[in-house]
Design a protein around this ligand. Structure first.
Ligand code: GAL
Length: 416
Protein backbone atom coordinates (compact mmCIF):
# COMPACT_ATOMS: atom_id res chain seq x y z
CA UNK A 1 0.00 0.00 0.00
CA UNK A 2 1.57 3.35 -0.96
CA UNK A 3 1.36 6.46 1.18
CA UNK A 4 -1.27 8.13 -0.93
CA UNK A 5 -3.58 5.15 -0.62
CA UNK A 6 -2.88 5.02 3.11
CA UNK A 7 -3.79 8.69 3.56
CA UNK A 8 -6.90 8.22 1.47
CA UNK A 9 -7.93 5.23 3.59
CA UNK A 10 -7.33 7.08 6.81
CA UNK A 11 -9.45 10.00 5.70
CA UNK A 12 -12.22 7.69 4.45
CA UNK A 13 -12.24 5.94 7.84
CA UNK A 14 -12.24 9.29 9.65
CA UNK A 15 -15.14 10.49 7.52
CA UNK A 16 -17.05 7.28 8.24
CA UNK A 17 -16.36 7.65 11.94
CA UNK A 18 -17.48 11.24 11.90
CA UNK A 19 -20.63 10.30 10.03
CA UNK A 20 -21.52 7.50 12.41
CA UNK A 21 -20.77 9.73 15.40
CA UNK A 22 -23.20 12.25 14.01
CA UNK A 23 -25.75 9.49 13.53
CA UNK A 24 -25.15 8.09 17.00
CA UNK A 25 -26.05 11.44 18.46
CA UNK A 26 -29.31 11.56 16.53
CA UNK A 27 -32.79 10.94 17.78
CA UNK A 28 -36.24 11.09 16.28
CA UNK A 29 -39.62 11.19 17.98
CA UNK A 30 -42.52 10.02 15.83
CA UNK A 31 -45.92 10.79 17.32
CA UNK A 32 -49.07 8.92 16.26
CA UNK A 33 -52.07 6.89 17.44
CA UNK A 34 -50.90 3.72 15.73
CA UNK A 35 -50.50 1.55 18.79
CA UNK A 36 -51.39 -2.09 19.45
CA UNK A 37 -53.45 -3.61 16.61
CA UNK A 38 -52.83 -0.44 14.61
CA UNK A 39 -49.08 -0.65 15.05
CA UNK A 40 -47.61 -3.19 12.59
CA UNK A 41 -47.47 -0.95 9.50
CA UNK A 42 -45.70 1.86 11.34
CA UNK A 43 -43.39 -0.67 13.00
CA UNK A 44 -42.34 -1.89 9.53
CA UNK A 45 -41.43 1.66 8.51
CA UNK A 46 -39.55 2.33 11.72
CA UNK A 47 -37.59 -0.88 11.18
CA UNK A 48 -36.58 0.32 7.71
CA UNK A 49 -35.55 3.68 9.14
CA UNK A 50 -33.45 2.05 11.86
CA UNK A 51 -31.72 -0.14 9.29
CA UNK A 52 -30.84 2.90 7.19
CA UNK A 53 -29.84 5.12 10.12
CA UNK A 54 -28.60 2.72 12.79
CA UNK A 55 -27.20 5.50 14.95
CA UNK A 56 -30.50 7.30 15.40
CA UNK A 57 -32.57 6.50 18.47
CA UNK A 58 -36.21 6.34 17.38
CA UNK A 59 -38.91 7.07 19.91
CA UNK A 60 -42.11 5.62 18.48
CA UNK A 61 -44.42 7.62 20.73
CA UNK A 62 -48.06 6.59 20.53
CA UNK A 63 -51.25 7.62 22.28
CA UNK A 64 -53.80 4.85 21.83
CA UNK A 65 -57.29 5.50 20.56
CA UNK A 66 -58.94 5.20 17.17
CA UNK A 67 -59.06 8.23 14.86
CA UNK A 68 -56.57 9.96 17.12
CA UNK A 69 -59.22 11.32 19.45
CA UNK A 70 -56.83 11.01 22.41
CA UNK A 71 -53.59 11.61 20.51
CA UNK A 72 -54.85 14.84 18.98
CA UNK A 73 -55.69 16.24 22.41
CA UNK A 74 -52.15 15.50 23.64
CA UNK A 75 -50.70 16.92 20.43
CA UNK A 76 -52.61 20.16 20.88
CA UNK A 77 -51.24 20.62 24.39
CA UNK A 78 -47.70 19.93 23.20
CA UNK A 79 -47.91 22.19 20.16
CA UNK A 80 -49.39 25.06 22.12
CA UNK A 81 -46.89 24.50 24.94
CA UNK A 82 -43.92 24.86 22.57
CA UNK A 83 -42.97 21.15 22.79
CA UNK A 84 -43.83 19.75 19.34
CA UNK A 85 -42.97 16.12 18.55
CA UNK A 86 -40.28 15.84 15.83
CA UNK A 87 -42.91 14.57 13.41
CA UNK A 88 -46.57 13.78 14.00
CA UNK A 89 -49.42 11.97 12.26
CA UNK A 90 -51.84 14.43 10.76
CA UNK A 91 -54.58 14.02 8.17
CA UNK A 92 -53.94 15.56 4.79
CA UNK A 93 -56.39 18.37 4.11
CA UNK A 94 -58.01 20.76 6.52
CA UNK A 95 -56.73 19.06 9.67
CA UNK A 96 -53.23 20.00 8.52
CA UNK A 97 -53.68 23.20 6.55
CA UNK A 98 -56.74 24.65 8.29
CA UNK A 99 -55.34 23.86 11.74
CA UNK A 100 -51.54 23.78 12.02
CA UNK A 101 -50.45 25.55 8.83
CA UNK A 102 -52.71 28.58 9.26
CA UNK A 103 -51.40 28.80 12.83
CA UNK A 104 -47.87 28.97 11.32
CA UNK A 105 -46.67 25.85 13.15
CA UNK A 106 -45.30 23.85 10.21
CA UNK A 107 -42.23 24.15 8.00
CA UNK A 108 -42.55 24.28 4.22
CA UNK A 109 -41.33 21.04 2.58
CA UNK A 110 -41.33 22.28 -1.02
CA UNK A 111 -37.57 21.76 -1.33
CA UNK A 112 -37.91 18.12 -0.24
CA UNK A 113 -40.66 17.57 -2.83
CA UNK A 114 -38.34 19.09 -5.41
CA UNK A 115 -35.21 17.11 -4.52
CA UNK A 116 -37.20 13.84 -4.39
CA UNK A 117 -39.09 14.57 -7.61
CA UNK A 118 -42.39 13.98 -5.84
CA UNK A 119 -44.47 16.28 -8.04
CA UNK A 120 -44.37 13.48 -10.60
CA UNK A 121 -44.95 10.69 -8.04
CA UNK A 122 -47.96 11.85 -6.03
CA UNK A 123 -51.33 12.72 -7.58
CA UNK A 124 -51.72 16.46 -7.91
CA UNK A 125 -54.96 16.37 -5.92
CA UNK A 126 -53.12 14.78 -2.99
CA UNK A 127 -50.32 17.35 -3.09
CA UNK A 128 -52.98 20.08 -3.22
CA UNK A 129 -54.47 18.70 0.00
CA UNK A 130 -51.21 19.26 1.87
CA UNK A 131 -50.47 22.60 0.24
CA UNK A 132 -51.32 26.10 1.36
CA UNK A 133 -50.52 29.38 -0.36
CA UNK A 134 -47.70 27.94 -2.42
CA UNK A 135 -46.06 25.83 0.32
CA UNK A 136 -46.25 22.05 0.84
CA UNK A 137 -46.55 21.03 4.47
CA UNK A 138 -46.56 17.24 4.90
CA UNK A 139 -45.83 13.92 3.23
CA UNK A 140 -48.80 11.55 2.80
CA UNK A 141 -47.94 7.93 3.57
CA UNK A 142 -51.29 6.34 2.67
CA UNK A 143 -54.77 6.77 1.26
CA UNK A 144 -57.64 5.23 3.20
CA UNK A 145 -61.27 4.90 2.18
CA UNK A 146 -63.95 5.88 4.70
CA UNK A 147 -67.11 4.61 2.98
CA UNK A 148 -66.77 0.85 3.19
CA UNK A 149 -69.39 -1.58 4.48
CA UNK A 150 -67.93 -4.82 5.80
CA UNK A 151 -69.72 -8.12 6.17
CA UNK A 152 -69.08 -11.83 6.53
CA UNK A 153 -70.50 -13.79 3.57
CA UNK A 154 -71.42 -16.78 5.76
CA UNK A 155 -73.52 -14.57 8.05
CA UNK A 156 -75.48 -13.09 5.15
CA UNK A 157 -75.99 -16.55 3.72
CA UNK A 158 -77.23 -17.88 7.05
CA UNK A 159 -79.88 -15.14 7.20
CA UNK A 160 -80.68 -15.22 3.50
CA UNK A 161 -79.93 -11.57 2.79
CA UNK A 162 -77.54 -9.77 0.48
CA UNK A 163 -75.49 -6.61 0.97
CA UNK A 164 -77.79 -3.59 0.51
CA UNK A 165 -76.76 -1.05 -2.11
CA UNK A 166 -78.88 1.90 -0.98
CA UNK A 167 -79.77 3.28 2.44
CA UNK A 168 -83.46 2.51 1.97
CA UNK A 169 -82.52 -1.07 1.13
CA UNK A 170 -80.25 -1.09 4.17
CA UNK A 171 -83.17 -0.15 6.42
CA UNK A 172 -85.41 -2.86 4.94
CA UNK A 173 -82.64 -5.50 5.15
CA UNK A 174 -82.22 -4.48 8.75
CA UNK A 175 -85.94 -5.11 9.40
CA UNK A 176 -85.65 -8.54 7.74
CA UNK A 177 -82.67 -9.43 9.90
CA UNK A 178 -84.46 -8.31 13.05
CA UNK A 179 -87.48 -10.38 12.11
CA UNK A 180 -85.17 -13.36 11.71
CA UNK A 181 -83.80 -12.86 15.21
CA UNK A 182 -80.69 -10.77 14.74
CA UNK A 183 -81.05 -8.08 17.41
CA UNK A 184 -78.48 -5.63 16.04
CA UNK A 185 -78.01 -5.98 12.28
CA UNK A 186 -75.37 -3.25 12.30
CA UNK A 187 -72.55 -3.00 14.80
CA UNK A 188 -70.88 0.31 15.56
CA UNK A 189 -68.38 1.53 18.12
CA UNK A 190 -67.58 4.75 19.96
CA UNK A 191 -68.58 8.27 18.89
CA UNK A 192 -66.20 8.85 15.94
CA UNK A 193 -67.21 5.54 14.33
CA UNK A 194 -70.83 6.69 14.51
CA UNK A 195 -69.87 9.95 12.81
CA UNK A 196 -68.44 7.84 9.99
CA UNK A 197 -71.88 6.34 9.48
CA UNK A 198 -73.38 9.84 9.25
CA UNK A 199 -70.63 10.75 6.78
CA UNK A 200 -71.50 7.78 4.57
CA UNK A 201 -75.23 8.54 4.85
CA UNK A 202 -74.66 12.22 4.04
CA UNK A 203 -72.59 11.47 0.94
CA UNK A 204 -75.25 8.96 -0.13
CA UNK A 205 -78.10 11.42 0.38
CA UNK A 206 -76.41 14.60 -0.90
CA UNK A 207 -74.19 13.05 -3.58
CA UNK A 208 -70.53 14.02 -3.92
CA UNK A 209 -71.34 17.51 -5.18
CA UNK A 210 -73.69 18.29 -2.30
CA UNK A 211 -71.13 16.94 0.17
CA UNK A 212 -68.37 19.13 -1.26
CA UNK A 213 -70.71 22.13 -1.25
CA UNK A 214 -71.16 21.67 2.51
CA UNK A 215 -67.43 22.18 3.10
CA UNK A 216 -67.03 25.03 0.67
CA UNK A 217 -69.86 26.80 2.45
CA UNK A 218 -72.19 26.72 -0.59
CA UNK A 219 -74.69 24.40 1.09
CA UNK A 220 -75.91 25.21 4.58
CA UNK A 221 -76.42 22.48 7.16
CA UNK A 222 -79.89 23.87 7.75
CA UNK A 223 -80.87 23.11 4.13
CA UNK A 224 -83.73 20.56 4.12
CA UNK A 225 -81.51 18.12 2.18
CA UNK A 226 -78.96 18.17 4.98
CA UNK A 227 -81.68 17.83 7.62
CA UNK A 228 -82.65 14.74 5.58
CA UNK A 229 -79.20 13.23 6.10
CA UNK A 230 -79.85 13.22 9.85
CA UNK A 231 -83.33 11.74 9.39
CA UNK A 232 -81.87 8.82 7.40
CA UNK A 233 -78.98 8.50 9.85
CA UNK A 234 -81.57 8.12 12.64
CA UNK A 235 -83.20 5.19 10.83
CA UNK A 236 -79.82 3.55 10.29
CA UNK A 237 -78.94 4.00 13.97
CA UNK A 238 -82.07 2.08 14.88
CA UNK A 239 -80.36 -1.00 13.40
CA UNK A 240 -77.37 -0.72 15.70
CA UNK A 241 -76.19 -1.90 19.11
CA UNK A 242 -76.99 0.33 22.09
CA UNK A 243 -73.66 -0.20 23.88
CA UNK A 244 -71.68 1.41 21.06
CA UNK A 245 -69.99 4.15 23.11
CA UNK A 246 -67.97 1.56 25.03
CA UNK A 247 -66.61 -0.23 21.96
CA UNK A 248 -63.41 0.51 20.07
CA UNK A 249 -63.57 0.06 16.30
CA UNK A 250 -61.76 -3.24 16.64
CA UNK A 251 -64.25 -4.53 19.22
CA UNK A 252 -67.09 -3.54 16.91
CA UNK A 253 -65.58 -5.44 13.98
CA UNK A 254 -64.96 -8.42 16.28
CA UNK A 255 -68.73 -8.68 16.72
CA UNK A 256 -69.13 -8.74 12.97
CA UNK A 257 -66.63 -11.58 12.73
CA UNK A 258 -68.46 -13.43 15.51
CA UNK A 259 -71.69 -13.27 13.50
CA UNK A 260 -73.48 -11.09 16.06
CA UNK A 261 -74.11 -8.41 13.45
CA UNK A 262 -74.38 -8.41 9.67
CA UNK A 263 -72.83 -5.03 8.79
CA UNK A 264 -70.19 -2.59 9.96
CA UNK A 265 -69.33 0.72 8.32
CA UNK A 266 -65.64 1.43 8.84
CA UNK A 267 -62.62 2.78 7.05
CA UNK A 268 -60.36 0.28 5.37
CA UNK A 269 -57.92 0.10 8.27
CA UNK A 270 -60.44 -2.66 9.11
CA UNK A 271 -58.98 -4.59 6.14
CA UNK A 272 -55.55 -4.21 7.74
CA UNK A 273 -56.92 -5.51 11.04
CA UNK A 274 -58.63 -8.47 9.34
CA UNK A 275 -55.65 -9.51 7.24
CA UNK A 276 -52.62 -8.44 9.34
CA UNK A 277 -53.88 -9.06 12.89
CA UNK A 278 -56.60 -11.67 12.37
CA UNK A 279 -54.97 -13.39 9.37
CA UNK A 280 -58.31 -13.59 7.56
CA UNK A 281 -58.80 -14.10 3.87
CA UNK A 282 -60.42 -11.20 1.98
CA UNK A 283 -63.44 -12.20 -0.07
CA UNK A 284 -64.00 -15.37 1.93
CA UNK A 285 -63.66 -14.71 5.65
CA UNK A 286 -64.80 -11.14 5.19
CA UNK A 287 -66.16 -9.13 2.30
CA UNK A 288 -67.04 -5.52 1.52
CA UNK A 289 -68.95 -3.12 -0.65
CA UNK A 290 -69.17 0.64 -0.79
CA UNK A 291 -71.43 2.04 1.94
CA UNK A 292 -75.02 2.07 0.64
CA UNK A 293 -75.83 4.76 -1.92
CA UNK A 294 -72.15 5.72 -2.30
CA UNK A 295 -70.96 3.21 -4.88
CA UNK A 296 -69.76 5.88 -7.30
CA UNK A 297 -67.83 7.77 -4.64
CA UNK A 298 -64.57 7.24 -2.78
CA UNK A 299 -64.54 9.16 0.51
CA UNK A 300 -60.82 9.54 1.05
CA UNK A 301 -58.48 10.45 3.84
CA UNK A 302 -54.72 10.31 4.01
CA UNK A 303 -52.35 10.08 6.93
CA UNK A 304 -49.33 12.28 6.62
CA UNK A 305 -46.33 13.51 8.59
CA UNK A 306 -44.60 16.85 8.52
CA UNK A 307 -41.94 18.97 10.14
CA UNK A 308 -43.20 21.20 12.95
CA UNK A 309 -41.45 24.55 13.31
CA UNK A 310 -38.64 24.70 15.83
CA UNK A 311 -37.82 20.99 16.29
CA UNK A 312 -34.21 20.11 17.09
CA UNK A 313 -33.92 16.84 15.15
CA UNK A 314 -34.59 18.36 11.74
CA UNK A 315 -32.08 16.23 9.78
CA UNK A 316 -33.55 13.04 11.24
CA UNK A 317 -37.07 14.21 10.42
CA UNK A 318 -36.12 14.97 6.82
CA UNK A 319 -34.73 11.44 6.44
CA UNK A 320 -37.92 10.05 8.01
CA UNK A 321 -40.06 12.01 5.55
CA UNK A 322 -37.91 10.85 2.63
CA UNK A 323 -38.53 7.24 3.65
CA UNK A 324 -42.27 7.85 4.17
CA UNK A 325 -42.58 9.28 0.72
CA UNK A 326 -40.49 6.63 -1.01
CA UNK A 327 -41.92 3.76 -3.06
CA UNK A 328 -40.21 1.20 -0.80
CA UNK A 329 -41.52 2.87 2.36
CA UNK A 330 -45.09 3.08 1.06
CA UNK A 331 -45.07 -0.49 -0.23
CA UNK A 332 -43.86 -1.74 3.17
CA UNK A 333 -46.40 0.27 5.15
CA UNK A 334 -49.65 0.10 3.19
CA UNK A 335 -50.10 -3.65 2.57
CA UNK A 336 -50.08 -4.11 6.36
CA UNK A 337 -52.29 -1.10 7.03
CA UNK A 338 -55.19 -1.86 4.69
CA UNK A 339 -54.63 1.42 2.86
CA UNK A 340 -53.21 2.04 -0.59
CA UNK A 341 -50.07 4.01 -1.36
CA UNK A 342 -50.46 7.74 -1.84
CA UNK A 343 -47.84 7.46 -4.62
CA UNK A 344 -48.98 6.47 -8.08
CA UNK A 345 -46.19 3.97 -8.83
CA UNK A 346 -46.66 1.39 -6.08
CA UNK A 347 -46.35 -2.34 -6.72
CA UNK A 348 -49.96 -3.56 -6.47
CA UNK A 349 -48.88 -7.20 -6.44
CA UNK A 350 -47.78 -6.63 -2.83
CA UNK A 351 -51.34 -5.75 -1.77
CA UNK A 352 -54.37 -7.78 -0.68
CA UNK A 353 -57.32 -8.40 -2.97
CA UNK A 354 -59.22 -5.80 -0.95
CA UNK A 355 -56.55 -3.15 -1.43
CA UNK A 356 -56.24 -3.94 -5.12
CA UNK A 357 -59.96 -3.23 -5.48
CA UNK A 358 -59.55 0.00 -3.48
CA UNK A 359 -56.67 1.04 -5.76
CA UNK A 360 -58.94 0.53 -8.77
CA UNK A 361 -61.75 2.53 -7.17
CA UNK A 362 -59.32 5.32 -6.24
CA UNK A 363 -58.70 5.77 -9.96
CA UNK A 364 -62.24 5.42 -11.23
CA UNK A 365 -64.64 6.84 -8.60
CA UNK A 366 -65.51 10.42 -7.70
CA UNK A 367 -63.19 11.47 -4.88
CA UNK A 368 -64.41 13.49 -1.91
CA UNK A 369 -62.77 14.17 1.45
CA UNK A 370 -63.72 12.70 4.81
CA UNK A 371 -64.93 15.12 7.48
CA UNK A 372 -64.32 12.74 10.38
CA UNK A 373 -60.71 12.20 9.34
CA UNK A 374 -59.75 15.77 8.64
CA UNK A 375 -59.69 15.95 4.86
CA UNK A 376 -62.79 18.12 4.39
CA UNK A 377 -63.05 19.92 7.72
CA UNK A 378 -60.62 21.48 10.14
CA UNK A 379 -59.98 20.18 13.64
CA UNK A 380 -62.33 22.70 15.24
CA UNK A 381 -65.29 21.35 13.27
CA UNK A 382 -64.37 17.64 13.42
CA UNK A 383 -63.85 17.63 17.15
CA UNK A 384 -66.95 19.77 17.79
CA UNK A 385 -69.16 17.47 15.74
CA UNK A 386 -68.73 14.75 18.39
CA UNK A 387 -71.16 16.39 20.81
CA UNK A 388 -73.69 17.06 18.03
CA UNK A 389 -73.56 13.37 17.24
CA UNK A 390 -73.99 12.39 20.90
CA UNK A 391 -77.03 14.63 21.23
CA UNK A 392 -78.54 13.24 18.03
CA UNK A 393 -77.97 9.63 19.05
CA UNK A 394 -80.00 10.24 22.18
CA UNK A 395 -82.75 12.56 20.89
CA UNK A 396 -82.96 11.81 17.12
CA UNK A 397 -83.81 15.48 16.52
CA UNK A 398 -82.69 16.03 12.91
CA UNK A 399 -83.51 19.75 12.81
CA UNK A 400 -81.66 20.48 16.04
CA UNK A 401 -78.58 18.53 14.83
CA UNK A 402 -78.58 20.42 11.52
CA UNK A 403 -78.87 23.78 13.28
CA UNK A 404 -76.08 22.89 15.73
CA UNK A 405 -73.87 21.78 12.83
CA UNK A 406 -74.53 25.05 11.02
CA UNK A 407 -73.59 27.04 14.14
CA UNK A 408 -70.42 24.97 14.49
CA UNK A 409 -69.57 25.49 10.81
CA UNK A 410 -69.78 29.26 11.25
CA UNK A 411 -67.73 29.15 14.44
CA UNK A 412 -65.11 26.91 12.79
CA UNK A 413 -64.99 29.18 9.71
CA UNK A 414 -65.97 26.36 7.36
CA UNK A 415 -65.90 27.50 3.75
CA UNK A 416 -64.28 30.85 4.59
C1 GAL B 1 -57.84 7.34 11.14
C2 GAL B 1 -56.47 7.15 10.55
C3 GAL B 1 -56.27 5.73 10.17
C4 GAL B 1 -56.62 4.80 11.31
C5 GAL B 1 -57.96 5.16 11.91
C6 GAL B 1 -58.36 4.35 13.12
O1 GAL B 1 -58.03 8.64 11.55
O2 GAL B 1 -56.34 7.98 9.45
O3 GAL B 1 -54.96 5.52 9.73
O4 GAL B 1 -55.60 4.82 12.25
O5 GAL B 1 -57.99 6.50 12.26
O6 GAL B 1 -57.65 4.69 14.25
Amino acid sequence: MNNRTKTALVSVTAAALLASAAQAAGKLEIFSWWAGDEGPALAALVKMYEAQYPGVKVDNATVTGGAGTNAKAVLKTRMLGGDPPDSFQVHAGQELTGTWVVADRMDDLSSLYKSEGWAAKFPKAVIDLVSYKGGIYSVPVDVHRSNVMWYVPATLKKYGVSAPTSWSQFVSTCATLKAKGMATPMVMGENWTQQMIWESVAVGVLGPKGWSDLWSGKLKFTDPRVVGTFTTYGKVLDCANKDASGLSWQQATDRLLAGQAAFNIMGDWAAGYFTTTKKLKPGTDFAWSASPSTNGTFIMLADSFGLPKGVKDKAEVMNWLKLLGSKEGQDAFNPLKGSIAARTDSDVSKYSVYSQSAAKDWKSKTIVGSMVHGAAANEAFSSGFGSINDAFVSNHDAKAAAQAAQDLAVKSKIGM
